[in-house]
Design a protein around this ligand. Structure first.
Ligand code: NAP
Length: 244
């Protein structure tokens, strides 16, 4: 096992916010696994990160695939012997529009498979390696559209995002599942939190977002580097806690 580096895995790190999270963690001197399903896109991202001075390595990973996830855990075990930080960033919208009265149920299944079951699948495959870390951290990339308070406008904020029966509820589901992880992992040294990056210009929204991927990555980097007495089971954006 390498004692020299903190080792992190970022899913969906070949582009967008995930790439910037990998860059941010790499800037700390950490060894960063670039989890990505497409060989060419993954290797291109690893090369760019290395050119920026990051100790990056490629991790073939499709979060919807059990065998791929198991192989990713094996790769990290062979390389580092443990995992210190897991950032579950990979996500999809399923495409818009998604009005609940018209949505194809298959779109909901596909989005939940990636945004919720993918997080569970990857987390559970990596948990044995995270348990070997002195300060394990898990960051799940959510969204303010997963906040029922914000979706219903009850905290005085403007309702965010389009009406979406797959994407927004998938993030609400992810929030709820993360709370259950927190309950089960209470009493361990694992801190698990949810991050909202804000509205970021990426492929996910046709680059309509108003924040840069680097700005969107900042909250995830912060939660990945929490001190041992840091919070767990919370939902954060840059400005502080997001209401459930
Ligand atoms: P993005 O540029 O589209 O990047 C999404 C990443 O997830 C890509 O690397 C993509 O890989 C990967 N991915 C998707 N399905 C995957 C799978 N089955 N296995 C492995 N990787 C997979 O989007 P982004 O905006 O950076 O989004 C990152 C996260 O932030 C998502 O969870 C998203 O819901 C969340 N978020 C984004 C915003 C925003 O405004 N952009 C706001 C709130 C939350 P491929 O290149 O292979 O498709």
């Amino acid at each position: 096992m390498s004692e020299q580096h903190t080792t992190a895995l970022v899913t969906g790190a070949n582009k967008g916010i995930g790439y910037e999270i990998a860059l941010g963690l790499g800037a700390l001197g950490w060894s960063v696994g670039v989890g990505a399903r497409h060989d060419g896109r993954r290797e291109e991202a690893v090369e760019r990160l290395r050119a920026a001075g990051v100790d990056a390595f490629g991790v073939p990973l499709d979060v919807t695939d059990d065998a791929s996830t198991t192989a990713a855990a094996r790769l990290i075990e062979e390389r580092a012997g443990r995992l210190d930080v897991l950032v579950n960033n990979a996500g999809i919208t399923g495409g818009m529009p998604q009005e609940p009265t018209r949505v194809d149920p298959d779109i909901i299944r596909t989005v939940v498979e990636t945004n919720v079951l993918g997080v569970i699948r990857v987390t559970n495959a990596l948990l044995p390696l995270l348990r070997r870390s002195a300060s394990p951290r898990i960051v799940n990339m959510s969204s303010s559209v997963g906040s029922l308070t914000r979706q219903s406008g009850t905290d005085g904020e403007l309702t965010t995002g389009p009406v979406a029966a797959a994407y927004s509820p998938s993030k609400t589901f992810l929030n709820a599942v993360t709370v259950q992880y927190t309950r089960e992992l209470a009493g361990t040294n694992i801190l698990i939190n949810l991050a909202c990056p804000g509205y970021v210009a990426t492929d996910l929204n046709g680059f309509q977002g108003v924040r840069t991927p680097e700005q969107g990555a900042a909250i995830a980097v912060k939660l990945a580097t929490l001190p041992d007495d840091g919070p767990t089971g919370k939902f954060f954006e840059d400005a502080g806690e997001v209401p459930w």
